[in-house]
Design a protein around this ligand. Sequence first.
Ligand code: NAP
Length: 525
Amino acid sequence: MALTGAMLIGSSAVSASDSTMKALDPATGRQIEPDFALGGPAEVDRAARLADDAFDAYNGTSLQERATFLELIADRLDGINRELAERAALETGLPVAQLEAEATKAAVQFRQFAEVVRQGRFRHATIDPAQPERKPRPRMDHRMQKIAIGPVVVFGASNFPISYSVAGGDTAAALAAGSPVIVKAHNAHPGASELQGRAIQSAVADRGLPEGVFSLIRGAGNEIGEALVDHPLIKAVTFTGSEAGGMALYRRAQLRPDPIPVFAEMTSVNPTFVLPAALAARGDEIGDGFAERMLVNVGQACLKPAILLAVHGPGYTEMRDAAAARVSAMAARTMLTPGIHDAYDRNAQRLRDSGAETIAKGPEPQGVREGRARLLEVEGDRFLADPTLAEEVFGPSALLVRLTDLDQLLAVARSFRGQLSATMHIDEPDHGHAVRLLPILERRTGRIVVNAFAHPQEVGDATIHGGPFPATTDSRFTSVGMTAIDRFLRPVTYQGFPDALLPEALATVNFPELSRGIDEHHTRG
Ligand code: NAP
């Protein structure tokens, strides 16, 4: 599929009205063809109007129709798997094989959401039947279901250019909910974005859906993102990226005359606690596994375990040496963008300025803007005294925190801000300590892992990829996994409706298939 560089607004391919940009090969710093059109508020308005026009028809599609549409997108993604991975590799410096797996995962997510749609339980359809004889007041028939929130804007991430980007989980979940989607493509991978966008655009056309169900927009600077968040026809926003970017968009959305939710996933250091018995028994194995996981995707991953904490005692030196050995052996690799590379070097320097000592480094980089692996170490007292040591360094760097005793471990655990995940390495004798650590972690994270590392490949009903601020702006929801659909739904009650006017999910004939329950909880008279 030849790239055109156009934006995709509804069924149209829109060329530049104003300016263009080229993709950058981060491995060489050279520009790559073709020119990509950049839009502004006029394109935002056109896409938002089309999305709004499409809303009623799309939200009203049958579950079968919608599921078939999602499966067609999955098929289209499979059809371009290799081409998409190769283009994404050129634009991000990530390996083709890894990106093929990412494209496969994206297709799988659409199929998983198709299944969620078919099952219909996401609607939470519930009936409180009429009780005409009830005293002292009769009860009317009440039926509740969840419907789509309205047109959704998705800010694609830079670090997973497929599965968190145009055809990523946010888009799949919003389309599954019945919301039209406008993607603000990340400028770090415009070609990969166009390929994914065209796969979705063609599926919209082939299923005969209204063209505004999907649009893809690109722009320079903050103007386009701000115009999208400000547009009165947009009803929710998802974002994956920096805390500064996510919070700028969140605050902006709250200042609208009609504030809307912004589900921003921003920053997490995913602390890893190693308790004494586990440390003594397998410190080397834990140190090696930690460093291996930390280096995945050149450390540019939201679930990267960035901080390793243990009480100094038996096994500590083995853990430290094993992590250091893996970091020392890791060749420097190309980072996603010049900006991300420069921020990485700046932030690693920040850790050193705060008193962390470098204990291992990968070999000197050979190419431009390669991220050099680093392992630093700091004492628990200093870590507690300087909260900047607990901030994310996006890239292949990790911090080892040497603690004096269990009380200090618990104090450090309490000092963390909200996280996507936290990990405990424990053996049976550690259970007493783990019981004290667990409630501290529960309050601060969306996922707690035991004797493993959080893995982004797992996407299922029980997956939570969320957590208290600043991991996200709304800890009640996940951005990955099947319940990610809940972000784009809102409940509506239908009171006293005749059968003929009831929506599909609430028609008595469709119960119990689509139901959560009939009269599960009696209301008071
Ligand atoms: P970013 O700078 O936050 O940008 C993400 C997207 O939001 C881009 O499309 C960007 O548009 C847009 N945007 C950002 N700030 C905006 C604003 N104030 N107004 C309107 N639009 C705005 O993230 P990034 O480019 O992916 O990477 C930069 C840094 O983010 C990294 O160094 C890293 O620290 C962090 N990051 C963290 C994660 C994670 O999972 N924890 C993931 C990705 C990035 P433009 O590109 O046009 O500015």
